[in-house]
Design a protein around this ligand. Structure first.
Ligand code: PHE
Length: 447
């Protein structure tokens, strides 16, 4: 049909898509925003968002890519056989990609920094060994820049390799290793005294702790964690061959992603409660809790080397997917060679990342709407751009492509499910997104 690159098979695709979905969002972000938003009630809302909004939109996005067989923008044009107004969705996604990768790479850099410290055995010899490391890192633009630079170089390096020899080859290796390590840590946390408290914190909802922005954050995070709303799944879907079935794959990706987030949450909060740390510690949570544990465990040093290595793998298999969206767009629409597109786009995003690097030191007092650059980029992209992108995707498949698309996704013999999917995409998911955004904006204007 065309000469696009394609995944070598179903497994390769599932690993690449879960590789994109599972990342810092699961291991770093989910535990910390759950902590900040008070625990169980937030988790419950988040699970609802995944099932009712995330999964259907994941299916829709993959469908657009698979049928459109092009980048985030042209897939819309191809599906309408003309220059489609819906291609705006692609531009929303592209802008989100720039913002997200810029701070994602900095956090990836923190992970690399912690990996280096693990190798130097800095997290051994008791609880105090782990203290202060994070604030020291935050205070140093120099150290953070090194991490950010290396992380971005790795991301660029993998994307330069292309779909089969870059993305596919690496995720096939990285994902299984991550699963094994997280399983080990989970078994370990079963024996920590804080495990029960962690269970209660995550699964006993206390709605009084929920604040007005929590719901928006839950919706936003369900997009972030499934890599939705910015065209990753359109781009990855476009590398699928036509015969691939979407539903099962999408369910698998959503399930694995949620499962890993919950496990990571249990691991981290078991440590939080065992060592009396603050659950609402913010973005530094993962970086404060884990070294704490590693420094006290027998074999902790080795485990921490393995752990931060694997978190960096998880982060990389996500960051490459973000860069790929933009690179594929420029490669196809502007006819630039892949190599050139990757280097230029990568470099621009790299530069943007320095605003995040400086937001914990030189620019710490510089606030826009009360937010640092880091928080601002995260807020604009996760809470607005991704949900808006997702909203447009949902409406496009629901109303524009309509029943024929739903039937094609679900199968001829299951018309009822096709109708159910259709109405979720037409009304339920869009309504949920709109209500949450409008509610949040109203409250803030009113305040
Ligand atoms: N899903 C990734 C994670 O959880 C982050 C990501 C967001 C990747 C958006 C692609 C697009 O870490």
């Amino acid at each position: 049909m065309n000469n696009r690159a394609h995944w070598s098979g179903r497994l390769a695709f599932i690993l690449a898509a879960t590789g994109s979905a599972i990342g810092l969002g699961n291991i770093w972000k989910f535990p910390y925003i759950t902590g900040v938003n008070g625990g169980g009630a937030f988790v419950l809302i988040y699970l609802f968002c995944i099932a009712l909004v995330g999964l259907p939109i994941l299916i829709a996005e993959l469908f657009i890519g698979k049928e459109g067989q092009a980048n985030v923008v042209d897939s819309f044009n191809n599906l309408e056989d003309k220059k489609s107004n819906w291609r705006i969705t692609g531009f929303v996604g592209l802008s989100a990609a720039f913002l997200i990768l810029s701070f994602y790479s900095v956090v990836g850099g923190w992970v690399l920094d912690f990996e280096l410290r693990s190798l130097l055995m800095e997290f051994s010899g008791g609880t105090n060994a782990a203290k202060g490391v994070l604030s020291e890192l935050f205070a140093s633009p120099y150290r953070q820049s090194i991490g950010h630079t290396i992380f971005m170089l790795l991301t660029i390096g993998i994307v330069l390799g292309g779909v089969k020899n870059g993305l596919e080859k690496w995720t096939k290796l990285l994902m299984p290793a991550l699963f094994i390590l997280l399983a080990l840590l989970f078994v370990n946390s079963l024996f920590l005294p804080g495990f029960k408290d962690a269970l209660a914190f995550l699964f006993l909802p206390d709605f009084s702790k929920l604040e007005s922005h929590s719901v928006l954050e839950a919706v936003g995070h369900s997009f972030f964690t499934l890599s939705l709303g910015m065209g990753v799944m359109i781009t990855y879907g476009s590398y699928l061959k036509q015969k691939e079935s979407l539903i099962k794959t999408a369910i698998m990706v959503a399930f694995l992603d949620t499962f890993i987030a919950l496990i990571a949450g249990l691991v981290i909060f078991s440590i939080v409660f065992t060592y009396n740390l603050e659950p609402s510690g913010g973005p530094g949570l993962m970086f404060q809790t884990l070294p704490q544990l590693f420094s006290q465990m027998t074999g902790g040093s080795l485990l921490s080397i393995a752990f931060f290595l694997l978190v960096s793998f998880a982060a990389l298999s996500s960051s490459v997917s973000i860069l790929e969206v933009v690179v594929n767009y420029f490669e196809e629409t502007k006819k630039v060679a892949r190599k050139k597109a990757t280097l230029i786009v990568g470099f621009v995003i790299y530069l943007l990342g320095f605003l995040t690097v400086f937001s914990t030191n030189i620019l710490a007092d510089f606030k826009i709407f009360g937010l640092s650059f880091f928080d601002l980029f995260d807020r604009i992209s996760s809470s607005y751009l991704l949900p808006i992108g997702g909203l447009l995707i949902s409406l496009f498949v629901g109303w524009k492509l309509s029943l024929p698309a739903a039937v094609k996704i679900v199968g001829e013999d299951r018309k009822i499910f096709a109708h159910a999917l259709l109405w979720i995409l037409r009304v339920i998911a869009p309504l949920a997104i709109v209500i949450v955004i409008v509610d949040f904006v109203m409250k803030h204007i009113g305040a």
